[in-house]
Design a protein around this ligand. Structure first.
Ligand code: MOS
Length: 693
C-alpha cells in the first residue's frame, strides 16, 4: 500500500467530512433522531438553595390534556446506585442547591410539558444556605487530590526566606469569575427502552463513558445500554462528565413503557445542571533578583464545590510546570457550598490557573524593569521544576520569540499609558499558555477491509465539533498507508469498540495511538493487499514515555487593548497566539480549535461573568440576554500560528492536543495589555469599564 509518491495525509487540511451534512441540516443531533411517536419531558427545578422537599403537588399538571406522567421523589423508581449524588434524581427529599431537579413532566408535546411544569407546586422547608466563596472562610478544606489526580499541595525549598531575601517581590490576590459552559447545542437526550435495553441518543463527549455511568445508576450490564452520538454541538467539558438530565430521560422512558422520551434542557437550566467553572481566588507570591530571575513562586488557590459532590479545580497545577525557581509552593483549598456541582470547562485548572500567575509575572517584570517576554525567557527551566523530569519537548521560548516578531513587540513603549489614539489608550501585553499532553487509557479500535482498497475503521470516539470525523480518519489513512478517501471512520456509537472520553485534549493522542496500533496489527496480519473482509483490532498500547517525560504543549499570546479615555470602554482589536503543539494533523481544524480557544479567552476576559445572588443562591444572569458571550463584533482579529515541533515521545503521531490550550493565558495577556494601555492593574475578572474610571 505504501507508495512514496502518495501525498502525505498528516499535515494536510481535508475539509470536514461531516461539514456538508451539518450545513444542509441533515446531520442528526441527539434531539433530531427520528423515533416513533415520542413524548417530551420538561424539568421542574427547586427555587431554594437548601432545604427539604415538603410536598410536590402535581394535580394541576396532571389534569392538563396531553400530560402522560409527572415524576417526583414520591413516585420515581429507585435507582440501583445513588452513590453519585449528582445523578441520584428523585432519590431523596433533600434540596442541595437552587436549580436541583425536583419533578419532571412527560407530555405529548414539548409545549404541553413546559406548560404543565409551570403548574407543578413545589413546597420546600427552607434551611439557611451559604453560597459565598471567599479565601477567608474558616471551613476551607484540602481535598485528597485535585482534578486529574494531581497532588493537592506541593512544596520545595523555603519560600518565606527566599521572599524575604528577594529585592523584588509580589504578593497579590487574583480572582476569576463563575463561568458557564454554553455549547451551541443544549444538553439533549432521547431515551427509549427496547426489551430491557436502554437506548440513549445523547449529546455527549463520550458514548462509552455515558454507557458506563448510566449502566451503574440503573444496575444494568453495560452492554445493555446503547449510546449514540454521531454529532455533538459543542461541550467544552460540560458533556464530558455525566449529568442528571440523561438519567431523568431514561427514568421517564421507563414511566411510559413503549414510548421514547425526548429532553432538551433550556438555556437557563444549563446554568445549574451541567457543571460550570468554579470561581477561584488565587494568592500569588513571587520573588526575583534585579535581573528578573525568580527565587520563589507560591500559588495558593481557593475554589468552590457543591455539598453533594466534590470537584476540586487544579488551579495551581500549571505553576508546577511553568518557571524555574528553587523555592516553591502550591496549595488547593475548597469550600463546599450550597451550589450546583462544578465540573470541567475548557482547560479546567490551566485556564483559571494561568490567569493569576501570568498577570503576577507581568507585574513583577514591570517592577524590576525587565521586558515581560524577556522575563519569561530568563526563567525557563531545564527540566520540569517540580517533577524533575525532562520535557519531551518544550518550545515556549520559540513561541515567545516568534509571537513577538509577528506581533511587532519591538515597537512597544516600555512604560504604560504611552500611546493615545483618537481618545483611546492603546496598550499591548503578553502571557504564556500551557496544557498537558493527556493520554487516557481504555480505547480499542478495529479495522476491516470492505472492498478493494477500502477500509472501515471503528472506534467509539466523539466529534464534539472539533473535527474528529476528519482528523482521526487522517491518522488512520496515514497509518494504513492509504489515501484519506479510502478510509471510512465510524465513531460516536457504543456499537464501535470502547473509546475514552473527548476530554483533556486527549482525543487524538488516545484514539490516534489506538488506531495506529490497530493499523499496525492489520498490516502485520494481512500485508498491503488484504482480502475483502480481513479484520484486525488493537487496544491502546501502554506508554512508558509518560513516566519518563513531562509532556506539555506551550504557547505565547499577545494582545492589543484599547481603553476609551472618557468612557472606559474596553476593546481588543488584535489577539495573536503562537503555539508549540507537536505535529499538526490538520492545519485547518487545528487553527479552528486555537482561534476558538483564544476567542473564548477573550470572552472570559471581557464579558463572561456568572453573578451569584447570595440571598437566593443562584446565578442571576442565567441566559444569553445577561450572561454576555463575545460576539463577532467583539472579536475583530484573532490569529493562531504554531512553530515546527517534533516530539518523538508523546505518541506515534507526535501530536499534542489543541482543544484547550488556546483559552489558556488569553485573559492574562488582555489584562496585561490593559495595564500597559492605562496604568491600571485589573486583578479581578472580568475587565469591565468601571475599572478604568
Ligand atoms: Mo475538556 S473541559 O476536558 O472537555
Amino acid at each position: 500500500m505504501t507508495d512514496p509518491r502518495r501525498p502525505r495525509v498528516l499535515g494536510r487540511s481535508p475539509r470536514r467530512v461531516d461539514g456538508p451534512a451539518k450545513v444542509a441540516g441533515t446531520a442528526r443531533y441527539a434531539g433530531d433522531q427520528h423515533v416513533v411517536d415520542p413524548a417530551h419531558l420538561h424539568l421542574v427545578q427547586a427555587e431554594a438553595a437548601r432545604g427539604v422537599l415538603a410536598g410536590v403537588d402535581v394535580g394541576a399538571a396532571e389534569a392538563l390534556a396531553g400530560v402522560l406522567a409527572v415524576l417526583t421523589p414520591d413516585n420515581a423508581p429507585r435507582l440501583a446506585s445513588a452513590q453519585d449524588r449528582e445523578l441520584a434524581a428523585f432519590q431523596s427529599h433533600e434540596v442541595a442547591f437552587r436549580g436541583q431537579v425536583v419533578a419532571a413532566v412527560i407530555a405529548r408535546t414539548r409545549e404541553i410539558a413546559r406548560e404543565a411544569a409551570a403548574l407543578v407546586r413545589v413546597r420546600i422547608d427552607e434551611q439557611p444556605h451559604d453560597v459565598r466563596l471567599s479565601a477567608d472562610r474558616d471551613d476551607l478544606y484540602a481535598p485528597e487530590k485535585v482534578n486529574g489526580g494531581a497532588e493537592t499541595d506541593t512544596a520545595r525549598g523555603d519560600v518565606a526566606t527566599a521572599l524575604a531575601r528577594s529585592p523584588f517581590t509580589l504578593d497579590q490576590t487574583y480572582t476569576t469569575a463563575w463561568y458557564v459552559n454554553n455549547p451551541m447545542e443544549p444538553h439533549t437526550t432521547t431515551a427509549l427502552w427496547l426489551d430491557g435495553d436502554l437506548v440513549l441518543y445523547d449529546s455527549t463527549q463520550g458514548v462509552h463513558t455515558t454507557r458506563e455511568s448510566t449502566a451503574e445508576v440503573f444496575g444494568l450490564e453495560p452492554g445493555r445500554v446503547h449510546v449514540i452520538a454521531p454529532h455533538v454541538g459543542g461541550g467544552f467539558g460540560s458533556k464530558g462528565t455525566p449529568h442528571v438530565h440523561s438519567v431523568i430521560a431514561a427514568m421517564a422512558a421507563m414511566a411510559v413503557p413503549g414510548t421514547p422520551v425526548k429532553l432538551a434542557l433550556t438555556r437557563p437550566q444549563m446554568f445549574s445542571l451541567v457543571g460550570y467553572r468554579t470561581p477561584t481566588v488565587q494568592r500569588v507570591r513571587l520573588g526575583c533578583d534585579a535581573a528578573g530571575r525568580l527565587a520563589a513562586i507560591a500559588v495558593d488557590a481557593v475554589s468552590q464545590t457543591s455539598r453533594i459532590k466534590e470537584f476540586a479545580e487544579q488551579t495551581a497545577v500549571p505553576s508546577r510546570t511553568m518557571y524555574a525557581a528553587p523555592n516553591r509552593r502550591t496549595t488547593h483549598r475548597v469550600a463546599a457550598l450550597d451550589v450546583p456541582v462544578p465540573s470541567w470547562m475548557r482547560a479546567p485548572g490551566e485556564c483559571p490557573g494561568m490567569f493569576g500567575p501570568e498577570v503576577a509575572v507581568d507585574e513583577l517584570a514591570n517592577a524590576c524593569g525587565v521586558d515581560p517576554v524577556e522575563f519569561r525567557v530568563r526563567n525557563e527551566p531545564d527540566v520540569e521544576p517540580e517533577s524533575g523530569k525532562p520535557f519531551s519537548s518544550r518550545n515556549l521560548v520559540a513561541c515567545l520569540r516568534e509571537g513577538a516578531r509577528r506581533f511587532g513587540w519591538e515597537h512597544r513603549a516600555p512604560a504604560p499609558r504611552a500611546l493615545v489614539e483618537s481618545g483611546w489608550l492603546v496598550g499591548t501585553g503578553v502571557a504564556a499558555s500551557t496544557y498537558p499532553v493527556n493520554r487516557t487509557p481504555g480505547s480499542a479500535a478495529t479495522i476491516r477491509c470492505t472492498g478493494p482498497g477500502r477500509y472501515l475503521v471503528r472506534i467509539g470516539a466523539a466529534d464534539i465539533g472539533t473535527g474528529t470525523w476528519t482528523s482521526l480518519a487522517q491518522v488512520a489513512a496515514d497509518a494504513l498507508g492509504v489515501d484519506f478517501a479510502d478510509v471510512e471512520l465510524r465513531i460516536g456509537d457504543t456499537a464501535s469498540p470502547r473509546a475514552s472520553v473527548a476530554g483533556g485534549s486527549s482525543g487524538i493522542t488516545s484514539w490516534g495511538s489506538t488506531v495506529v496500533a490497530a493499523a499496525e496489527a492489520f498490516r502485520r496480519e494481512f500485508g498491503d493487499h488484504p482480502a475483502e473482509g480481513a479484520e484486525a483490532g488493537a487496544e491502546m498500547p501502554e506508554d512508558d514515555a509518560a513516566d519518563a517525560y513531562a509532556m506539555h504543549a506551550f504557547g505565547a499570546q499577545f494582545a492589543e487593548v484599547r481603553v476609551h479615555v472618557d468612557t472606559g470602554e474596553v476593546r481588543v482589536p488584535r489577539l495573536l497566539g503562537v503555539f508549540a503543539v507537536g505535529r499538526v494533523v490538520n492545519p485547518r481544524l487545528a487553527r479552528s480549535q486555537l482561534v476558538g480557544g483564544m476567542t473564548m479567552g477573550l470572552s472570559m476576559a471581557l464579558h463572561e461573568h456568572g453573578v451569584p445572588d447570595e440571598r437566593f443562591g443562584h446565578v442571576v444572569n442565567h441566559d444569553f440576554a445577561e450572561y454576555h458571550i463575545a460576539t463577532n463584533a467583539d472579536v475583530p482579529r484573532v490569529q493562531a500560528h504554531w512553530v515546527e515541533e517534533h516530539d518523538p515521545h508523546t505518541n506515534p503521531m507526535g501530536t499534542k492536543g489543541v482543544g484547550e490550550i488556546g483559552i489558556v493565558g488569553t485573559a492574562a495577556a488582555i489584562v496585561n495589555a490593559a495595564h500597559h494601555a492605562t496604568g491600571v492593574r485589573v486583578r479581578d475578572l472580568p475587565v469591565t469599564l468601571d475599572h478604568f474610571l
